[in-house]
Design a binder for this molecule. Structure first.
Ligand code: CA
Length: 219
């Protein structure tokens, strides 16, 4: 889906992030310092940079100044949560800011927001003869257009963006339709049933016992 540069000197955090990026289908390159990141940026195109603020040598704030000419969106990752740091981060042109320790689903959600804001190409997902064009909100099954309701599409989009991750019914409600949505979790079941039927995805959207659902994907 996207190519992401992860600049984080703490290996366990870097591993946690990249493992989850991989699960949802993103590509990534790891760098462990600012010095390491510069030559990588010269060689390869990225859709997004996850940039730790506290790095050995030059910190993230200094690095974002030095890479501005690449015009790659940046999300800062930092343990420091003071208001002053947040302002500095946004002043320097970061798209978002996430505080350690963070929930991985929250990080993935923010990545998706930034990518959607910045990536112009059609994001596509293909499985079992179904072709999903996320940007155009169009779905084809064996070449024929599939009609989904707006709610069904929103739910499908969340499943695709968090593919291979088990999501609770509550989380699906929140991510697909927002905190303010006054639905109960059975609403999720109803919409999942419709998606499975319309797309022929009875096997692809797995029920996770006592939790919720997971969209399975090899890619
Ligand atoms: Ca660090």
């Amino acid at each position: 889906m996207a190519n992401i540069l992860v600049v984080e000197d703490e290996k366990p955090i870097s591993d946690l992030i990249t493992m989850n990026l991989k699960l949802v289908g993103h590509q990534f390159v790891k760098a462990f310092s600012g010095a390491e990141m510069l030559p990588i940026l010269e060689q390869e195109q990225f859709d997004l940079i996850l940039l730790d603020v506290m790095l050995p040598g030059l910190d993230g704030f200094e690095m974002i100044r030095r890479i501005r000419h690449h015009h790659v969106p940046v999300i800062f990752i930092t343990a420091r949560d003071s208001l002053a740091d947040r302002i500095t981060g946004f002043d320097l042109g970061a798209e978002d800011y996430i505080i350690k320790p963070f929930e991985i689903l929250e990080l993935l959600a923010r990545i998706n927001v930034v990518l959607r804001r910045n990536v112009q190409e059609h994001t596509e997902f293909m499985a079992d003869g179904v072709d999903v064009h996320l940007a155009a909100r169009k779905i084809y099954k064996d070449g024929e257009i599939v009609e989904l309701t707006a709610r069904e599409f929103d739910l499908l989009e969340v499943l695709i963006q968090n593919r291979n991750i088990a999501l609770s019914r509550e989380k699906l409600l929140e991510l697909a339709w927002g905190y303010e949505f006054e639905g109960d979790t059975r609403t999720v079941d109803v919409h999942i049933r419709q998606l499975r039927k319309k797309l022929g995805w009875e096997e692809r959207i797995k029920t996770v016992f006592k939790l919720g659902y997971r969209l399975e994907s090899e890619g």
